[in-house]
Design a protein around this ligand. Sequence first.
Ligand SMILES: Nc1[nH]c(=O)nc2c1ncn2[C@H]1C[C@H](O)[C@@H](COP(=O)(O)OP(=O)(O)OP(=O)(O)O)O1
Length: 162
Amino acid sequence: MNSTAVTLCFLLRDEAAGTHVLLGTKKTGFGVGKIVGLGGHVEPGESDAEAACREVFEEAGIVVREHDLRVAGLIEFVFPARPEWNMSTSLFTARRWTGDPVESQEIIPEWFPVTSLPLARMWQDAEHWLPLALGEGAVDAVIILNDDNETVASAEYSLRGV
Ligand SMILES: Nc1[nH]c(=O)nc2c1ncn2[C@H]1C[C@H](O)[C@@H](COP(=O)(O)OP(=O)(O)OP(=O)(O)O)O1
């Protein structure tokens, strides 16, 4: 499958009210208007982990070190009607970082309880894989979108390391 390498990185913070995850409203580009994870394209010569750290800094001003990333899985997003949008997406979580989230040109960052994710405002497929990726293991998934490039035609996933 010819797909673009991208990353998503989910910062997790334990509070009295429970664990929260940093997501953000996309202001530009792919998925504009949706609440998404922080992340983006892996540049040539970069590892997935390097790209995740760079994107978190560019999109929210937060410094995450590679050794504080936990591998949370791999998702193939398949857009049969727009194969040029196909993405192979490395997922990470992190519980240690430096700084407070700041709005960037791309993202308005916001914390959400992991037990109350804003799924209605996210990509429709997120309900299938995001709760699993934020858990203890790692999720491997293949999400095939319908020709509207929004709704889910099929979602197959399995859990690693639980
Ligand atoms: N079906 C889907 N569900 C989802 O939750 N996230 C998806 C998705 N398909 C793609 N993504 C994510 C993966 C990746 O982090 C992001 C696309 O990368 P970017 O945010 O970098 O896109 P942009 O077009 O804004 O690119 P840049 O101009 O390079 O920033 O969209």
